[in-house]
Design a protein around this ligand. Structure first.
Ligand SMILES: [Mn+2]
Length: 333
């Protein structure tokens, strides 16, 4: 970075005056929500009004819990009047990332994705960072603001989410921010937010999955039929992996004109991603990593291939596709 954080903070603050009505636009996920909270705190009492607005619809239960438990007020972009605002900020995204951003001219862009080339009076884009929350934590520290427990918890959760608990790329800057936030965050609240991943009606899908599962030695399969969101298949596939003898978990459902198949394994055996692409890739899209994979097959190609879409036939077909390759020995390297 050519500018020091102090210079960055000064440059950034120069964009605002006391009469400003500030709009912060985000694609709401934990990192973006936390970054918006931090930005709001930095500008607190320095502008007339600050509104945080989300361009996406928030459906993930953990994000809903974060908003509720940390008292965040978000207004959907369709419910705001853009002309009421004198300054517009985008955090944890850039203007080309979502069509709803295109109608705005931004005064400030702060993000950690690769630069999309959009010009703005103030830009701070650091692709090497694991989270925008880490950048915003530096702004707080530089401004000598001690974050409230809720703000620190939000940033803490944002960094954990975007770095997948530091399993994904993170820099020393992310680690430093995390260490600082750890001292101020409410760890119980952070754990609670992290723990929430279900909606009440998902419990019915767990019941169905447990009742209808097929256990074939160390493999568990279940085809759920039509599901309201493929997230249900992901949650149940992860849930079955928690059974001590299970090495493969394959959960599928129909959603939005496709058969979605979620594959999980213990990471010791065959590569889930290559199993998915070998066995399902010819009918749709498939891929993933060593222990996690996903296939999506358009209903028409499945129907052509199977002859029908009955629950039983679909389930049998998936079991056969997996067993055909997974029985070929412990490793495919
Ligand atoms: Mn992010």
């Amino acid at each position: 970075m050519s500018l020091s954080t102090t210079q960055n903070l000064q440059q950034m603050m120069k964009q605002f005056s006391g009469s400003d009505h500030v709009l912060i636009l985000i694609n709401a996920d934990p990192d973006a929500i936390a970054s918006a909270m931090a930005f709001q705190r930095v500008l607190w009492r320095r502008v007339t009004r600050i509104t945080i607005s989300n361009v996406n619809t928030i459906t993930r239960p953990d994000n809903m819990a974060m908003i509720r438990l940390l008292d965040v007020t978000l207004i959907h972009v369709t419910k705001i009047a853009p002309q009421d605002y004198t300054k517009v900020i985008i955090l944890d995204s850039q203007p080309s990332h979502h069509e709803s951003f295109r109608d705005f001219r931004f005064n400030v862009i702060i993000d950690h994705h690769e630069p999309d080339g959009t010009e703005a009076p103030f830009k701070d884009i650091r692709p090497e960072y694991g989270a925008t929350a880490s950048i915003m934590t530096e702004y707080l520290k530089t401004a000598k603001i001690k974050p409230s427990a809720k703000l620190a918890t939000a940033l803490f959760h944002g960094i954990k989410t975007d770095t997948n608990n530091f399993e994904r790329m993170a820099t020393n800057a992310d680690i430093r921010a995390f260490q600082f936030l750890f001292r101020h965050a409410n760890i119980h609240l952070a754990r609670r937010i992290e723990q929430v991943d279900l909606r009440m009606n998902f419990l019915d899908w767990f019941k169905l999955a447990i009742e209808q599962k097929i256990v074939d030695s160390d493999r568990i399969f279940v085809h759920l039929g039509s599901v309201e969101t493929p997230d249900i298949c992901v949650l149940i596939a992860d849930f079955f992996m928690r059974v001590n003898t299970v090495t493969w978990s394959i959960v599928s459902g129909f959603n939005n004109g496709r058969l979605v198949i979620i594959l999980r394994n213990d990471g010791l055996r065959k590569d889930a991603g290559s199993v998915a692409s070998k066995q399902f890739g010819n009918l749709g899209t498939a891929g993933g990593h060593k222990s996690m994979a996903r296939a999506e097959i358009p209903i028409e190609s499945l129907k052509t291939s199977l002859g029908n879409l009955e629950k039983k036939s679909v389930q049998e077909w998936i079991v056969n596709q997996i067993n055909a390759i997974a029985n070929q020995g412990p490793r495919d390297e």
